[in-house]
Ligand binder design. Sequence first.
Ligand code: CU
Ligand code: ZN
Length: 176
Amino acid sequence: MKSNLRFLLACYFALCSSAAVTHAADDVQKAVAVLQSASNSKVTGMVTFTRSGEDVNVVADISGLTPGKHGFHVHEFGDCSAPDATSAGGHFNPTKHQHGAPDASDRHAGDLGNIEADPSGKAHLELTDKSMKLSGNDSILGHAVIVHEKADDLKTQPTGDAGGRLACGVIGVAKQ
Ligand code: CU
Ligand code: ZN
């Protein structure tokens, strides 16, 4: 009798928690990625993605960079486990486009262009993205943000020739 009750309670909690997850994924308003250093860099930071109607507002604060431009993308896998972050795979590209600038019509969904660090190594970026999704099949949730060693030239296929990976963070659902 006691074990039956325990079993029922376990089922109840399993059902409730899976329903809550489904619900959260359907109407995510905000997501966050905390970026940890990779490739022995000193680069760390945080990126938030906030839904605004059909658009997504992206705000990034990154530090520990060399001054200048650094490629900035959402990559395919939410896996920052490799020391050089290659475990995150290539650019997130669910619609099978070419690599491009964030404002190009032909671009990977993950193409966010560059962030530009000031002389102190800090970069702040705010941009409104019209094609990024926080829900559905092409959602960026569970994928990863990567900051690169070099500038993204916005044209070299399929990487923008942005070099190594200096920081990586998995994108997760955030409290609104
Ligand atoms: Cu990248
Ligand atoms: Zn790309």
